[in-house]
Design a protein around this ligand. Structure first.
Ligand code: MF3
Ligand code: CO
Ligand code: CO
Length: 263
């Protein structure tokens, strides 16, 4: 196995896939309100991807995943399966994770939505999690060890008394949904990977209010916090440039330029 560096032609295609994935998150915002089911949200995303965008929902059928997007509510950490019986209510924190395939290339992104009136804890958790992703984006450039990303995320999260999930990580992406390198959101010894121009990967920290332990439910997908505490996640797909990175899945609502110069 090896890390694929992307050429300009591939970058163009992945950029398009990423913009479309981000567009799904922008489109769905208006529907994430009290009373809607996660099944209905999935259905709206599915129809939009197939008929409006002409993309393939990458999650659908991926290793047997049954729906088109992942929807993870409250103590669900990731890989939540949309369900017609799961009704969203005031204060819920909801991650919607969208991956599309366009012209054989993937784009992967997720964000948190707060349903109706936010709770103090929910809002704070989402804020710190997004900040940890943004801090990481601000250190990415050729020549840095991939550990820097994990270090900066873990430091910010733990400073605020929260914890970083260890069992899932960011990943290279392209023709494959998941490829090398693995992008850990915490530090480990012996991580020798150095970033190079042309790498494309996701950063997608999962952060819990309680401890970092998680388990997978008997459905084989739904990952929850062991202590039932709330969990949040934000994910961007990025390209390593000459002197920083390009946020390929940036949304209009975000207060960041697409090209970050990190000298
Ligand atoms: N989108 C997830 C990620 O960020 C992966 C979801 S896999 C699925 O890597 F099968 F659950 F959809
Ligand atoms: Co991902
Ligand atoms: Co994702």
């Amino acid at each position: 196995m090896s890390i694929f560096l992307k050429n300009n032609e591939e970058i163009k295609k992945i950029r398009i896939a990423c913009h479309l994935a981000a567009d799904v998150l922008e489109m769905i915002e208006q529907y994430v309100i009290p009373g809607i089911t996660t099944g209905k949200i999935d259905h709206i995303c599915h129809e939009y991807m197939i008929y409006k965008q002409n993309v393939i929902p990458a999650c659908l059928g991926y290793k047997g995943f049954p729906k088109s997007v992942c929807i993870s509510v409250n103590e669900v950490v990731c890989h939540g399966i949309p369900n017609d019986d799961q009704i969203l209510k005031n204060g819920d924190i909801v991650n919607i994770d969208v991956t599309v395939i366009k012209d054989s290339y993937h784009g992967d992104t997720s964000k948190m939505f707060i349903v109706g009136k936010p709770t103090v804890e929910g809002k704070n958790l989402c804020k710190i999690t997004q900040e940890s992703l943004y801090l990481a984006l601000n250190v990415v450039k050729p020549g840095i060890n991939v550990n820097r990303i994990g270090y900066i995320i873990q430091k910010h999260v733990e400073c605020h008394g929260l914890s970083v999930v260890r069992d899932y990580c960011g990943h290279g992406i392209g023709k494959n949904f998941h490829e090398e390198p693995q992008i850990l959101h915490y530090t480990t010894r012996n991580n020798k990977i150095v970033l190079k121009k042309g790498m494309i990967f996701t950063i997608e920290p999962m952060v819990n209010i309680g401890n970092h332990h998680v388990y997978t439910m008997i459905d084989g997908w739904t990952v929850k916090t062991k202590d039932q505490s709330l969990s949040a996640q934000y994910e961007h797909t990025i390209l390593v440039t000459n002197n920083g990175c390009e946020i390929l899945t940036l949304r209009k609502e975000e207060d960041l330029p697409p090209l970050l110069i990190n000298n």
